[in-house]
Ligand binder design. Structure first.
Ligand code: PEP
Ligand code: MN
Length: 293
């Protein structure tokens, strides 16, 4: 029976009426980033880097690690949705100052930058250096922000809010697709559950979201295990599980000195752990006939 009340269940008529462009009634989409990298096919791109660009030296070291691992997609966050409004030398985001660093990254490294947009006013400035816009979990239902970002026609990673259903997520992606931007990538990054309210499991990775989104949607689905568990010790396990469960891309946080990261110091893994993890991902990927890039 069709849904009469707003809820979590996805009915057949939702697929046709509520999110016809995002739904699995369409041909599965492949979101192309460049000639080699795309989401939704046989390539599984890894987006990696620190939580935020803290300074030029740090992000340059991170770019070197990307290059050493033959990866191309950098987490290049300069605007951050920080939970608390007070800033200090230890807790900050770069903001506008970071735009210059994005420019320097582009000049010095062959990487593609993924960066979160918080305010539509910054879109034109960011558009110069950013290859993939990220809409964070907290803005998943900021519909004007989604529509305005989509108008730039660049790929968008839309993260699922930790309290929102899959039906809600597909409502949000529909706003982007309506702007005639087909390059939308969905991201599962953990949901709230009563027993996850500990620092070692701030959110719970909804691994079922991967097959569910493939069933209901035509858009690629990636996973951010770092934000899901918030705990560096668990990142490897969740990353490997996500790939095995069909994730079409991964977002992984690393940092040269994780426990001293400016934001979310518990969730980043170090360079060595990251390099080991990429090796394991490549061996699982080859078993699945997929390629990590
Ligand atoms: C992030 O990726 O930097 C981030 C803040 O993630 P989320 O929006 O999933 O919390
Ligand atoms: Mn965070």
């Amino acid at each position: 029976m069709d849904n009469k009340f707003p809820g979590k269940d996805i009915s057949d008529s939702d697929l046709k009426d509520k999110f016809p462009l995002s739904s699995s009634l369409n041909k599965k989409k492949i979101v192309k980033i460049n000639n080699d990298i795309s989401f939704g096919g046989n390539v599984v791109p890894i987006i990696s880097g620190p939580n935020g660009i803290e300074n030029k030296e740090l992000i340059f070291r991170c770019c070197e690690i990307l290059e050493k691992n033959n990866l191309k997609l950098l987490r290049g966050q300069i605007y951050k949705p920080l939970t608390f409004p007070y800033r200090s030398e230890k807790y900050y985001e770069l903001g506008d100052e970071g735009l210059k660093i994005l420019e320097q990254i582009k000049k010095n490294f062959d990487v593609l930058i993924v960066s979160e947009v918080m305010e539509p006013e910054k879109l034109t400035l960011m558009n110069e250096f950013v290859d993939v816009f990220q809409i964070g979990a907290r803005n998943m239902q900021n519909f004007p922000l989604i529509s305005k970002t989509a108008k730039y026609k660049k790929p968008i990673i839309l993260k699922r809010h930790f309290g929102c259903s899959i039906r809600d997520l597909l409502g949000s992606s529909e706003y982007a697709l309506l702007e005639k931007n087909e390059n939308i990538i969905l991201c599962e990054r953990g949901i709230s559950a009563p027993h996850t309210h500990k620092s070692t499991s701030r959110f719970m990775l909804d691994i079922q979201a991967i097959p569910a989104l493939k069933e209901y949607s035509c858009l690629p689905i990636i996973v951010d295990p770092s934000h899901a568990c918030f705990w560096h010790e668990w990142v490897e396990s969740l990353t490997l599980a996500s790939l095995a469960a069909g994730a079409e891309g991964l977002m992984i946080e690393f940092h040269p000195d994780p426990r001293n990261a400016a934001v979310d110091p518990l969730q980043a893994i170090n360079f060595q752990e990251f390099t080991n993890l990429v090796k394991k991902l490549r061996s699982i990927a080859s078993y699945l006939n997929k390629k990590i890039l």
